[in-house]
Each structure stands twice: as C-alpha cells, then as structure tokens.
Design a protein around this ligand. Structure first.
Ligand code: ATP
Ligand code: MG
Length: 333
C-alpha cells in the first residue's frame, strides 16, 4: 500500500484557492488512488510560524477539519488528524533541522516573501518551516504529496533531506513525489490577479472567496472581480491576468477546458461570463456549506479526529524510533 500526505495551515478561513488547489484534489485522488492510504492533517504547528490569536487558532483548526469532511473527504478512506496531536512531527522536525542547512532554508521563496510582509519579529520557525514539512512527509514514508505550485520548492527540499539522511545513516526514508494538479494549480486574487489568493494575507475581503462566505457575497465578489477593458473572454496570463484567473476557476470547477470556455463565450461580454461563473461557484459551495453547518459542532467530527490521530500516531512512533536508532541517539534497545 502506498501513502499520500498533505495538510493545510489553520491561519484563516479557507479560500477557493485552497479548495481548488488542495482539497478538491484530495477528494478526486481518494477516489482514484485506491491502493493508497491517505493522511490529511491540519497543520497547526505550521500556523504558529506567524502570530496567531489562540482562540481564533482553535476555531480555525476545527473549521478546517469540518471543511475537509464537508468538501467530500471520506473518513473511512482518509486519516484526518491534527498535527500537534502527534508529537513525532515536532521530534522529527529537529532531526530534519540537523540534516538540512541554513543556506537551503534561506533560499526558499515563500520565506523571503513572508519575511517581507511582516512588521514584528520574524520567528525562527518561519525560516525552518521546510524542516517541519519534511518531517510531516517523511514520518509516514509518503510516496505522494499533492502540492500547489507554491509548495514545489519546499517539496524539493524534503527530497534533499530524505536523500541526505539515507546517505548518512542508511536507507530510512521513502523519497516522495509531488503531484501538481493540471488545472487550477494557482488561483490568483480577484482584485490583485498578479498575486495568489491567500487566506492569511492582509488584503481586502473582495480579493478572496471564503468557502464559508455568504453565497450572495460570493456572487458579488465574482461580479466585481478586476478584469481588463477589451471585453474579450480569452486566456492570456500576461496581458489579461484577471479574466485568465476567472477562466481557470471556471474550468477547475466544471472540468470544461479553457479552450471550450473561450469558444462558448467568444461573443459574450464579461458581464455574462462573470454571472455564469458566479452561479457555478455558488452551486459548488452551497452543499459544502450545508454539510459544514451540520458537522462543525458534532461529536462525529471529534470521533473522526480521534481515529485519525490514533492511526497516524502508530506509524509515526514506529518511524521515529527507527530514526533515533539510526542516528545513534539514546541507548541501544
Ligand atoms: P497562508 O497564507 O497562511 O500561507 P494559504 O492560503 O497559502 O495560507 P496554505 O496552508 O499555505 O494556504 O496551503 C494549503 C494548500 O492550499 C496548499 O496545498 C497550497 O498549495 C494550496 N493553496 C493555497 N493557496 C492557493 C491558491 N491561491 N491556489 C491554489 N492552491 C493554493
Ligand atoms: Mg501558503
């Protein structure tokens, strides 16, 4: 049986970018990769690489868990758990910090970007984030890691860490492979289509769509998305980033190719196109929100998280014992 690992940080309410770039992919894969065990977690340790309000963090953790289910992850097929409840993630993180080099961390684009946008002290963990990510993946000997474009560089570093550790101490870790979705790998902001839609960036609410946004608000956000003035529905990322982003969203949610959409809307203006897209997004989110409301405060959700934790813990502990042994830590057993 192969394994797949991925997670999302509870740094804010989930956006349509997280849905298209991550959760929807997980859901598709759970149905396609039948000989693969899934480990999908809520990356709360990663969240505190930047300041978080404790009660908000708590709320976000639960909210992501509920959204995983509401979006269609099947707890019968997928182990859903909270990262901090498996202490082995933090323990293997330290081993990864002792495997990777500072220069390798400093080269990460996401670190450079996030560092720029911060006014307070920059936490050490923001720099060493890729070590924890490597731990998350290698702990479970994941074969596959579904990632957005923005995580490509981090995954490469995970592979470096695994190869280096295996070279130093003997074969220990599986080298993971990234799976990047073909369409919708990177959803951009509705107001700033040059920048990616993000749940934590300090932007106007019109820039992003939250999965739990009021549906009327969702439709309005789409209708007021920034576009150009030539009123031609055509994919051209360079010159028409706004409409290209909307085409990407449309295509990702309907599985209609961008080419077919261009053809369909070749004689339409942006108003018609946006109005149709608004309906598509609302139809997608409506059942998700119903299920979310049903499960968010339920015992069922806690039971799912307990079950996921127990299964993850079992594998993680075994792996970590093996790692400590290989490195020569502690006493011989
Ligand atoms: P943060 O701003 O805190 O980094 P985020 O919205 O980027 O939040 P992450 O927790 O970093 O979310 O990422 C969760 C998953 O969602 C990752 O797989 C990431 O690639 C994907 N993802 C995030 N933003 C987008 C986006 N705009 N388009 C596509 N995928 C995205
Ligand atoms: Mg991110």
């Amino acid at each position: 049986m192969k394994r797949l690992v991925s997670g999302i940080k509870p740094t804010g309410d989930l956006t349509l970018g997280n849905y298209i770039g991550a959760i929807k992919q997980f859901v598709n894969m759970q149905n396609e990769l039948i000989d693969t065990e899934f480990f999908i977690f809520i990356a709360d340790l990663h969240a505190i690489t930047t300041p978080q309000e404790r009660l908000v963090l708590r709320k976000n953790i639960k909210s992501i868990a509920a959204l995983y289910i509401a979006c269609g992850l099947d707890p019968e097929k997928v182990n859903i758990f909270i990262q901090s409840e498996i202490s082995e993630h933090a323990e293997l993180n330290y081993i990864m910090e002792s495997t990777l080099y500072i220069g390798e961390m400093e080269r990460m684009i996401q670190y450079k970007e996030k560092k720029e946008s911060q006014t307070e002290g920059i936490r050490t963990s923001l720099l060493t984030y890729p070590a924890l990510m490597a731990a998350d993946i290698l702990l479970y000997d994941a074969n596959f890691v579904p990632i957005g474009e923005d995580q490509k560089q981090h995954l490469e570093l995970t592979r470096t860490a695994a190869n280096r550790f295996n070279f130093l101490y003997g074969d220990t870790f599986t080298i993971p492979e990234g799976i990047i979705p073909k369409t919708g790998a990177r959803i951009m902001g509705l107001q700033n289509p040059e920048q990616k839609m993000s749940k934590s960036a300090d932007k106007s609410a019109k820039d992003y769509i939250l999965l739990i946004d009021d549906l009327k608000v969702v439709a309005n956000k789409i209708k007021s998305a920034v576009t150009d003035s030539d009123n031609l529905v055509k994919f051209d990322k360079e010159n028409k980033p706004g409409i290209s982003n909307l085409l990407t969203i449309f295509s990702a949610l309907t599985n209609i190719s961008i080419k077919d959409l261009e053809e369909k809307y070749k004689d339409s203006n942006y108003g018609t196109f946006k109005s149709d897209l608004a309906n598509v997004v609302v139809d997608e989110l409506s059942p998700i929100q119903n299920k979310y409301n049903e499960i968010i405060n339920s015992k069922e959700l806690d039971d799912i998280l307990d079950k996921g934790r127990d299964r993850a813990k079992l594998i993680a502990r075994r792996k970590l014992d093996k790692v400590y042994h290989k490195v020569g830590l502690g006493r011989k057993k």
